[in-house]
Design a protein around this ligand. Structure first.
Ligand SMILES: *[C@@H]1O[C@H](CO)[C@@H](O)[C@H](O)[C@H]1NC(C)=O
Ligand SMILES: *[C@@H]1O[C@H](CO)[C@@H](O)[C@H](O)[C@H]1NC(C)=O
Ligand SMILES: *[C@@H]1O[C@H](CO)[C@@H](O)[C@H](O)[C@H]1NC(C)=O
Length: 620
C-alpha cells in the first residue's frame, strides 16, 4: 500500500467512527451552512405571511377599538409569538453551533432570528404581557377629560381637542386644567399595570440573555459604548439647549410672570405642548423679531383649502422629485388619514409595513397645520424606507437602527420647511423676504423650538425607563424620579404638586405603548448629518460659501441626493448601521457637528440676546 492509500483508509475510518459516535457532526460546516441558507429561504415566505396576518389584525384593532377586534389581535399576536419561538428553537436545535459559521451574513440573520424579545416568554406569560400592553394603550387612547370652559362637556380627547388647547390657548388656568386632568386621568390609573408590565418584560429580556429590558433595547444599536456616546452628544448640545431655554423663559415670564420663581425652571404647561417636548407652538410668544412676517404656514394651508389628502400628496411629490419611490395604490386606498367620528381609534400617528411587499399604510388623525405637515413627512419617511428595503430578506427589512427609521422623513422635512421651499410650493407669500438676517434668525429660532427643545426630552424618556428596568428605581419612586429627570435635563417643573399617586410618564404614549424612545434622540442627531451630506450632494450647501448656509438648503428635485439616500436605506439592516451611515454621509459616527453647524447663527444670536437681558442660562 502506498502512503496515500493508507491515508485514505485512515480518513475513511475516522469518518466512520465519527459518524457512528457523533451523527450531528457528520455534515461538514459547509453542508450545514448551505442547509441553514435553505432554511432561511423557506422561512422568508413563512415569516412574511405570519407577519402579514398579525398586522392585519392589529390594524383592524387600531382603526376600530372594540372587544372583538381586541380578541382577534391578541390571538394573532400570540400565534405570531409562538411562531417566532418555534423557528428560533428549530435554529438552535438544528444548528447548535451556528455562531461559528463562516459566512458572517448567515450569522447575522440567525442572530436576528434568535433574539425574540417578549415572544420568548412562555405562552401564558406572553398572553399576560400582550394584554397588559393592550390595556395600557387602550386606556391612553380612550381617555377623555372635561372642558375648562364648559364644565359639563366631558368628551375632550387628546387628539384633536387637548392638543389644540395646548397649542393655542394662552389662558394659564385653562392650560393648567388641561395639563393636570390629562396627566391625572391618562397616567395615574395605569401605574400598577405598568409595574406588572415591567416585571414580565424583564423576564422576557432575561430569557433572551439580557439583564433587563433596557439592555435588550440598547442591543439594537450594536455598540458597546452607545449609552456613553449618547451622553457625550447630549453634553455637547446642552449649552445650546440652555441658551434657548433661558431665552424662552425670559419671554414667557413677560406673559405669565406669576408662574415663575427664582429656581430658573419653566412650568411644563406653558410650552405649547402636553409634554413640553417641543415648543414650536409658542413661537408667536417668543419670536426674536415679532414684527417680521410669520413663516408659520398653517393659515395659508387653511386658506388654500388644504386637506389631509393634499398634505400627503405634497409629501409624496417631494419624495418622487428626488427619484424616490411613489406611494403604491394600496397605500392611498387603505391608509387612514383622518380621525373617523363613528368609532374609537388609536390616534397616535404610525406607519405600517404589512410584510408582503405590497401593503403599506399610514394611520394618522391628520389636522391641517404646519406641524402636521411635518408629521406627514415623518410618517411618509417610514414608508419610503419600508419600500426601499422591501426586496431584502425578511430579517433585514428594518432600519439600520431604530433611529434611522425615524430620521428619513425628518431629513426631507428639513428641506420642505425652508422658507425657500415653502415659497416654491406656494405656501409662503412671494413678497416675504427670506434672505435677510432677521427672517433667518426667526426661522432658525422656530426650528430650535422644535428640534433643540426635543433633545433632552427624547433622551430622558429612556434614561427614566433604563432606571426602572434595571431596578435603580422602584415603584415607590416612579413619579419622583420622572420629575427629577424632567427638572435635571429639561429644566421644567409641573404646574402643581405631584405625588406617587400620579404616574406622569404614563401620560406619554410611548410609555404605555412600550415603544423605545432613544430612537428619537438618535434621529434628531443623524437627520442633520444626513441633511448636510445630501445638501452637499445636491449642490445646495457649501461650508465655505456664506451665501449657502446649511439651514437654507432645499434638496427638492435633486436626483443625486435621492440616490445617495436610497443607496443607504435600501440596505435595510443587512449591515451594522455605521456602514449605512458611511454610504449616506461618508462618516461612521453619530456626530453633533452638523446640528451645531445648522444652528450656529442662532446660537450666536441667543448668547448675545441673553447676555443683554441679563438672563443667565441654566437652573437650580
Ligand atoms: C420546526 O421543527 C419542527 C420539528 O422538526 C417542524 O415540525 C416544524 O415544521 C419546524 N417549524 C418551522 C417553522 O420551520
Ligand atoms: C361632545 O359633547 C358635546 C355635548 O356635550 C357635543 O356637542 C359634541 O359634539 C361632542 N364632541 C365629540 C367630539 O364627541
Ligand atoms: C448583568 O447582571 C449581572 C448580575 O447582576 C452583573 O454582574 C453584570 O455586570 C450585568 N451586566 C451588565 C452589562 O450590566
Amino acid at each position: 500500500m502506498t502512503i496515500w492509500t493508507l491515508a485514505i483508509v485512515a480518513f475513511l475510518l475516522i469518518c466512520i467512527i465519527d459518524a457512528w459516535n457523533l451523527p450531528s457532526l457528520r455534515k461538514s460546516t459547509n453542508d450545514l451552512e448551505s442547509e441553514a441558507h435553505s432554511y432561511l429561504v423557506e422561512l422568508d415566505q413563512l415569516s412574511s405571511q405570519k407577519c402579514y396576518e398579525s398586522y392585519v389584525a392589529e390594524w383592524a384593532y387600531a382603526t376600530d377599538i372594540n372587544d372583538e377586534n381586541e380578541k382577534v389581535k391578541l390571538e394573532l399576536s400570540l400565534d405570531s409569538a409562538k411562531f417566532s419561538k418555534e423557528i428560533s428553537q428549530n435554529v438552535t436545535a438544528t444548528f447548535p453551533l451556528w455562531r461559528e459559521f463562516k459566512d458572517p451574513d448567515l450569522v447575522r440573520k440567525l442572530k436576528k432570528i434568535t433574539i425574540l424579545g417578549a415572544a420568548r416568554l412562555p405562552d401564558d406569560q406572553f398572553k399576560k404581557y400582550a394584554q397588559l400592553e393592550t390595556d395600557m394603550t387602550k386606556h391612553y387612547s380612550t381617555t377623555t377629560i372635561c372642558s375648562f370652559k364648559y364644565k359639563e362637556t366631558c368628551n375632550l380627547s387628546l387628539e384633536p381637542e387637548l392638543t389644540k388647547i395646548m397649542r393655542e390657548s394662552r389662558n394659564e388656568e385653562e392650560l393648567r386644567h388641561v395639563w393636570t386632568e390629562w396627566h391625572d386621568k391618562s397616567g395615574g390609573p395605569i401605574k400598577q399595570t405598568y409595574k406588572k408590565f415591567v416585571e414580565i418584560s424583564n423576564q422576557a429580556a432575561k430569557l433572551n440573555d439580557f439583564n433587563d429590558t433596557g439592555a435588550l433595547w440598547l442591543n439594537s444599536y450594536e455598540s458597546e459604548t452607545f449609552k456613553d456616546d449618547v451622553e457625550e452628544l447630549w453634553q455637547t448640545l446642552k449649552p445650546l439647549y440652555q441658551q434657548i431655554h433661558a431665552y424662552v423663559r425670559a419671554k414667557l415670564r413677560n406673559v405669565y410672570g406669576d408662574q415663575f420663581s427664582d429656581d430658573g425652571l419653566i412650568p411644563a404647561h406653558l410650552l405649547g405642548n402636553m409634554w413640553a417636548q417641543s415648543w414650536e407652538n409658542i413661537d408667536s410668544l417668543t419670536s426674536p423679531y415679532p414684527n417680521k412676517a410669520s413663516i408659520d404656514v398653517t393659515e395659508q394651508m387653511i386658506q388654500q383649502g388644504y386637506t389631509p389628502l393634499k398634505m400627503f400628496q405634497v409629501s409624496d411629490e417631494f419624495f418622487t422629485s428626488l427619484g424616490l419611490i411613489a406611494m403604491p395604490d394600496e397605500f392611498w386606498k387603505e391608509s387612514l388619514i383622518e380621525k373617523p367620528d363613528n368609532r374609537q381609534v388609536v390616534c397616535h400617528a404610525s406607519a405600517w409595513d404589512f410584510c408582503n411587499g405590497k401593503d403599506f399604510r399610514i394611520k394618522q388623525c391628520t389636522r391641517v397645520t404646519a406641524t402636521d405637515l411635518v408629521i406627514v413627512h415623518h410618517e411618509m419617511g417610514h414608508i419610503q424606507y419600508d419600500l426601499l428595503y422591501k426586496d431584502q430578506p425578511y430579517f433585514y427589512r428594518e432600519g439600520a437602527n431604530p433611529g434611522f427609521h425615524e430620521a428619513v422623513g425628518d431629513t426631507l422635512a428639513l428641506s420642505v420647511i425652508t422658507p425657500k421651499h415653502l415659497k416654491e410650493i406656494g405656501l409662503l407669500d412671494e413678497s416675504i423676504p427670506i434672505d435677510d438676517y432677521e427672517t433667518s434668525i426667526n426661522f432658525l429660532f422656530s426650528m430650535a423650538l422644535n428640534k433643540i427643545a426635543f433633545l433632552p426630552f427624547s433622551y430622558l424618556i429612556d434614561k427614566y425607563r433604563w432606571d426602572i428596568y434595571d431596578g435603580t428605581v422602584d415603584e415607590s419612586q416612579y413619579n419622583t424620579h420622572w420629575w427629577r429627570l424632567r427638572k435635571e435635563y429639561q429644566g421644567i417643573k409641573p404646574p402643581n404638586a405631584r405625588s406617587e399617586a400620579n404616574f406622569d410618564a404614563g401620560a406619554k404614549y410611548h410609555v404605555p405603548a412600550n415603544v423605545e424612545y432613544l430612537r428619537y434622540f438618535v434621529s434628531t442627531i443623524i437627520q442633520f448629518q444626513f441633511h448636510r451630506s445630501l445638501c452637499i450632494e445636491a449642490g445646495q450647501y457649501d461650508p465655505l460659501d456664506p451665501k449657502k448656509p446649511l439651514h437654507n438648503c432645499d434638496i427638492y428635485r435633486s436626483k443625486a441626493a435621492g440616490s445617495k439616500l436610497a443607496a443607504g436605506l435600501s440596505m435595510g439592516s443587512s449591515k451594522p448601521w455605521p456602514e449605512v451611515m458611511r454610504v449616506i454621509t461618508g462618516q461612521e459616527k453619530m456626530d453633533a457637528y452638523a446640528i451645531r453647524e445648522y444652528f450656529k447663527p442662532l446660537e450666536k444670536w441667543l448668547t448675545a440676546a441673553n447676555e443683554e437681558m441679563g438672563e443667565i442660562p441654566g437652573w437650580k
